[in-house]
Design a protein around this ligand. Sequence first.
Ligand code: ZN
Length: 232
Amino acid sequence: MRLIKQYLDAFLHLWYPHICLSCGTDQLRKKNVLCNQCIDSLPFTEFENDQENPIQKIFWGRVSFTFANTLLFFTKESIVQLLITELKYHQNKKAGWMLGRLMGNYIQEKMSQQNIDFLIPIPITPFKKKKRNYNQAILLCEGIQSITGIPILEDVLLKPYSSDSQTHKDRIKRMETIGQSFVVEQAWKLSNKHILLIDDVLTTGATIEAAASILDGYDLKKISVFTAAYTI
Ligand SMILES: [Zn+2]
């Protein structure tokens, strides 16, 4: 039986080679898209060691997060860009789950005292979801949950329609537009909870600010944010 399985695996490998996205080795865990060596070489921000965490700084005077951080630096033509592209445009769910597990390890090691009650993925519109088949932030949450066990709230923060057609240059106007496109349902679930907002890439912070601002109007205990990558 074992021999048959080995034979079958070898056969499948010929047709669907399971190789590291970055270096091409086939020495990697089945559920990963990068080998351990490439995972170790990822550009982790380690912002938690900075006296002035740049992610907290982005939101100064805008939203008061209990904790705000990002796992990796996002730079052009890097492994991180490759992972995010795979996740968002190439239907590569494994890339999302793997990134989520890395985020989960971080939460377990560095945020265990934060006592997070729920993960809330930044939602996408039903139109985008239909096009992509999934919300990438939910895959990240699922990866995090597999490590930490923290439950995911998918049905509280929703984005029923798009704000993409608006092309306001002014950030405040843009934020207002994005803010108006989020809605909160079943708000009672948030009562006295510490929630952690999860998203893939943080750029200006406008989307996260808009989501946090609308959630802040409810009876939360604390709100924090953690993203997979940060554009520099
Ligand atoms: Zn590799």
